[in-house]
Design a protein around this ligand. Structure first.
Ligand SMILES: [Zn+2]
Length: 245
């Protein structure tokens, strides 16, 4: 991974780990000429919040296309370093500029997300239970929002770490800043830190200056094969060791 990316991610998101990118997995499915019905099921499975819903979509995929289901269960992360580097180089530049020009406490994306939800949030009925908890009614369903724990019965508040419409309704009722209930990851400060470094192009391989000490190293893939009589030999060795001592 490019040093600046690794540095940025490790510094700002210390608990992050690498996962398989939904976008590229979807591209792989399209390349495999998977039916659009399966793509739609995949998109739904990738974006739901509850495990139960995810399993349901996956079992639907298995019913429609068992081969693709097996593929999805086994798909290894791809090598996409060139693509990632070019893309991130542009993103870093654009987002750093955007972050520097923002005056709110949160990133532009978060600001937009919160704005999108606000009209709907104002239509909900809010009944405060105590200083932190509220009962929020959306049509016939009631959601319990806990602003202190940052949770809601719809799960979006705790999973996205951004207020859901129910949480926004509860926050507005108390006249508090919504940015206080967004994860630190979404704050302008984290946004700036993430993109503070530059991604430099690595250039053509012909222009690389590779030290002799690196060039001379021959890297072979590790040999994972365990000889069939390995454990037997190991036991013999231990017996031999015991007899000698
Ligand atoms: Zn909610």
């Amino acid at each position: 991974m490019h040093q600046s990316i690794a540095h940025g991610i490790a510094k700002v998101y210390p608990e992050s780990h690498h996962g398989i990118c939904i976008y590229h997995l979807e591209q792989n499915l399209k390349r495999r000429k998977v039916k659009s019905e399966v793509i739609k099921l995949f998109q739904s499975a990738a974006r739901v919040y509850m495990r139960k819903e995810f399993d349901l979509y996956m079992s639907d995929i298995a019913k429609v296309d068992k081969k693709t289901f097996d593929f999805l269960m086994e798909e290894p992360p791809e090598r996409m370093m060139d693509f990632i580097q070019v893309k991130l180089q542009r993103w870093f530049y654009e987002r750093r500029n955007e972050a520097e020009g923002t005056f709110s406490d949160v990133s532009c994306w978060v600001e937009e997300e919160l704005k999108k939800k606000i009209d709907l949030a104002f239509t909900l009925n809010v009944f405060p239970v105590n200083s932190w908890r509220s009962r929020v009614e959306e049509e016939v369903i009631t959601f319990l929002v806990d602003l202190n724990k940052r949770t809601c019965d719809c799960f979006q508040f705790q999973f996205d770490e951004l207020p859901c419409i129910h949480a926004i309704a509860a926050i507005e009722k108390r006249n508090i800043k919504k940015s206080n209930f967004c994860s630190d990851w979404y704050l302008k400060e984290s946004w700036l830190k993430t993109y503070e470094r530059q991604i430099h192009p690595v250039g053509h391989t012909d222009s690389w200056i590779v030290p002799e000490s690196v060039k001379s190293q021959i890297i072979k893939p590790p040999d994972f094969k365990v000889p069939p009589d390995y454990y037997l030999d190991f036991q013999k060795f231990r017996t031999f060791q015991k007899n000698m001592s």
